[in-house]
Design a protein around this ligand. Structure first.
Ligand code: MRU
Length: 319
């Protein structure tokens, strides 16, 4: 099942706000509906956002045909629905470059973005599993953060795709899914995907990760990315940096898995990335709260970045 696709004239997404309680599919036919779904995290995760951006421009091309001002405004709203994952703007811009060819040309480009993400997931799973076995041996105990499975892509996923590939090969000892406060992408979505894949897992509170590493219970940490900067600094879900610090202290490999579409050579380093701040109500009711959705892991804490085409070992440049 695909997390996002174009089906019978609409964008269909799995509603990730309803999981794990129910598996609902939403049909989105307007730019407003798509932008709202992105902001509510009904569709989320960098590769899936890239596909959503491209299909969103197709919706705009159909909805605002013959009204260039409204079309430009619609494309801009799709592109900027969330600021941090580079895939969203990149997918939207790629589809928008086909606007002179009309709706069908835009839709064809959006389908190409989708197909490339499906192929990228398969390539990352194979390369990432090989690397984990090379670094940690044949029965690694893994820790992952946020949700980086098929739900965050179209099918397959990034870091979680590597975990499930290790399981498929019979090379996975165990996995800890960090719960990922405040929206629980780990406890809700990763746990749901691991359960469906038949993988034994434990959910841990985010703060437990570094201690589990210190106690010798984790052989490798594996995460995805929302944007990888030119110098290898990696922006990912809030809590990732703490896991990287814990891994560094414990001498545990810290592996980032992301498609080439998440590498942003135009952003020199993590300090240049706009980090999305979300509503206080997601964290606590009735109190002021700090709620950055992402953090920056400096490149020197990263053992390897696995993409669909290569393995980068920082400080080697991502160019
Ligand atoms: O706020 P979210 O749920 O969109 O954040 C998602 C993440 O941070 C993922 O780890 C990242 O996009 C990689 S997904 C393969």
């Amino acid at each position: 099942m695909r997390t996002i696709d174009w089906v019978d004239g609409a964008v269909e997404i799995i509603d990730q706000t309803a999981l794990p309680d129910s598996l609902d599919v939403l049909r989105l036919t307007t730019v407003d509906e798509l932008v709202d779904a992105i902001r509510r995290l009904a569709v989320r995760g960098a590769p899936a956002l890239g596909v959503a951006g491209a299909f969103g421009v197709a919706l705009a091309a159909r909805q605002f045909a013959g009204d260039p001002g409204a079309l430009a405004e619609g494309v801009h709203r799709v592109e900027t629905a969330r600021p941090t994952a580079v895939n969203l703007a990149r997918g939207a811009r790629r589809a928008a470059a086909r606007l002179p060819g009309g709706f069908e040309a835009v839709l064809a480009e959006a389908r190409a973005v989708r197909d490339e993400e499906i192929a990228a997931s398969a390539a990352m799973a194979a390369r990432g599993a090989d690397l984990v076995v090379e670094l940690c041996g044949e029965r690694p105990r893994m820790l992952t953060h946020c949700n980086t499975g098929g739900l965050a892509a179209v099918t397959g996923g990034t870091a979680l795709g590597v975990v499930t590939e290790l399981h498929r090969r019979g090379h996975l000892a165990s996995v800890v899914a960090s719960e990922t406060r405040p929206l629980l992408q780990g406890a809700r979505l990763t746990a749901w995907e691991l359960g469906r894949a038949g993988v034994d897992f434990r959910v841990a509170v985010d703060g437990a990760g570094p201690f589990l590493m210190a106690r010798g219970e984790v052989d490798a940490v594996i995460v995805g990315a929302d944007r990888i900067c030119a110098n290898g600094d990696t922006v990912n879900k809030i809590g990732t940096y703490a896991h990287a610090l814990g891994a560094h202290r414990a001498g545990v490999p810290f592996i980032v898995v992301a498609p080439e579409s998440t590498i942003d050579p135009d952003t020199p380093d993590g300090a240049a990335v706009e980090i999305e701040d979300r509503a206080a109500g997601e964290v606590v009711a009735g109190l002021p709260a700090a709620n950055p959705a992402f953090d920056v892991t400096p490149h020197d804490l990263i053992t390897a970045i696995v993409t669909d085409r290569r393995t980068i070992r920082p400080p080697a440049s991502t160019a």
